[in-house]
Write a protein that binds this ligand. Structure first.
Ligand SMILES: Cc1cc2nc3c(=O)[nH]c(=O)nc-3n(C[C@H](O)[C@H](O)[C@H](O)COP(=O)(O)OP(=O)(O)OC[C@H]3O[C@@H](n4cnc5c(N)ncnc54)[C@H](O)[C@@H]3O)c2cc1C
Length: 367
């Protein structure tokens, strides 16, 4: 998703672009994404304010909103809605403390210009067929999209703009040389004055600089048969973003991260969660998906020039890819094309980093 958006950005600016994709376009996390375009990190606004200050939290939420606006701008140019629907989304609290945090967040968010509505336990259960949740918050700015369709549409648009996309072409090694970068692929060597890494998560042989800063987190989701008759708040995130679900035409998709309290190698706990809270019956699980997200240690992506190299990054868009990916592509693309990098300091690839920092949670929140 990020790579195709960046290719489109660069090709439209008249640069010669080649995309080297290890697998097939969209084979990465977007193929697994539930397509929840969420506003804000996984944790409640009150927690973000505690961690980043009021201005910091507001700026992060504004970045997600700006990313969403950029996505809509791109969609308009793609001539395909890609299943985009704008009817908000939910944060759901599992316990009383979480519910209180959502209630307090509602007022603070409204003051900062982010509309939404707090639903207490009774309102939630009156409106939806869910049980066992303490409260919820409906965020008006959220939306939904068919993520795989969007990535394909971006790729086709990038090709029409002149980019060349080469699939099944993993980059095995990257070498910087006097004239720029050499990418080693099975099909041969690709030389270019600059290279942009849009890998989400980066393995150390490719670039230790980024590999130190981003860890892979496995996510999985599964579809339960639900014809829509059982009404659930959708799309939604709970447990600080570690559990998420979305009602789609092919069922109710419920997902979680590998390092949840849920048993890592079994889907039993997730199924139990869906049965307990979301009115899912004992029927067959219709489909499974797994995917890896790149989660940075401080919870924010790495965007722009990597100091002292001809390399650029748009990586670690973390859990909410739809929070950052379009801006990451835009900012990195602009930096390459114009030499001017307007990536905010918080997201810069060259920002100070301490390897001792505690890892961030799967949606980018601090644990
Ligand atoms: C189960 C699940 C559900 C999700 N749900 C949501 C959601 O509802 N909302 C949301 O905002 N986000 C969601 N996400 C996260 C979202 O999908 C990602 O943030 C987003 O896909 C990141 O896009 P990307 O293009 O940066 O990285 P990726 O999608 O991971 O793409 C990276 C690409 O790089 C390629 N690549 C890797 N190594 C190499 C190499 N050496 N050479 C060449 N190519 C290489 C890969 O094949 C891949 O195509 C979900 C993720 C998962 C796993």
């Amino acid at each position: 998703m990020t790579g195709c958006a960046a290719a489109l950005e660069l090709a439209r600016r008249g640069l010669r672009v080649i995309v080297l994709e290890a697998d097939a376009v969209g084979a990465g996390a977007p193929g697994r994404s539930l397509g929840h375009i969420a506003t804000g990190v996984g944790s409640p606004y009150t927690v973000a304010i505690r961690d980043f200050g009021r201005d910091g939290a507001r700026t992060i939420w504004e970045t997600h909103r700006e990313n969403h606006a950029r996505l809509k701008e791109l969609l308009a140019g793609l001539g395909d809605s890609c299943g985009y629907v704008s009817r908000g989304g939910f944060r759901v609290a599992l316990d009383r403390d979480g519910g209180m945090a959502l209630a307090e967040s509602e007022d603070l968010l409204r003051e900062d210009g982010f509309p939404g509505e707090f639903l207490d336990h009774y309102m939630l259960e009156a409106r939806f067929a869910v049980t066992g949740f303490a409260a919820a918050y409906w965020c008006m700015d959220d939306a939904e999209i068919d993520a795989p369709a969007f990535v394909q549409a971006l790729a086709r648009a990038a090709e029409r703009a002149g980019a060349r996309i080469v699939e099944a072409s993993p980059v095995r090694a990257l070498e910087t040389e006097s004239a720029g970068v050499a990418a080693h692929t099975e099909g041969g060597l690709v030389r270019s004055p600059v290279a942009l890494l849009a890998l989400n998560t980066v393995t150390s042989p490719l670039l230790p600089y980024l590999a130190d800063r981003i860890r892979p987190v496995e996510g999985r989701c599964m579809a339960f048969a639900n014809d829509g008759a059982v009404r659930v708040p959708s799309p939604a995130r709970a447990a600080d973003g570690r559990v998420y679900w979305r009602q789609t035409a092919d069922g109710l998709w419920v997902g979680s991260e590998g390092d949840l309290d849920f048993e890592p190698e079994s889907t039993g706990a997730l199924t139990a969660f869906a049965r307990r809270h979301l009115g899912v019956g004992d029927g067959e699980i219709a489909a499974h998906r797994r995917g890896t997200r790149g989660v940075s240690r401080d919870g924010f992506p790495f965007i722009g020039g990597i100091p002292g190299t001809p390399l650029f990054a748009a990586v670690g868009v973390t859990g909410p890819g739809f929070g950052y990916a379009m801006l990451a592509a835009l900012w990195a693309g602009e930096a390459i094309a114009t030499g001017r990098d307007r990536t905010p300091e918080r997201y810069r690839a060259g920002r100070p980093f301490h390897s001792q920092e505690p890892p961030a949670g799967p949606q980018g929140e601090r644990e």
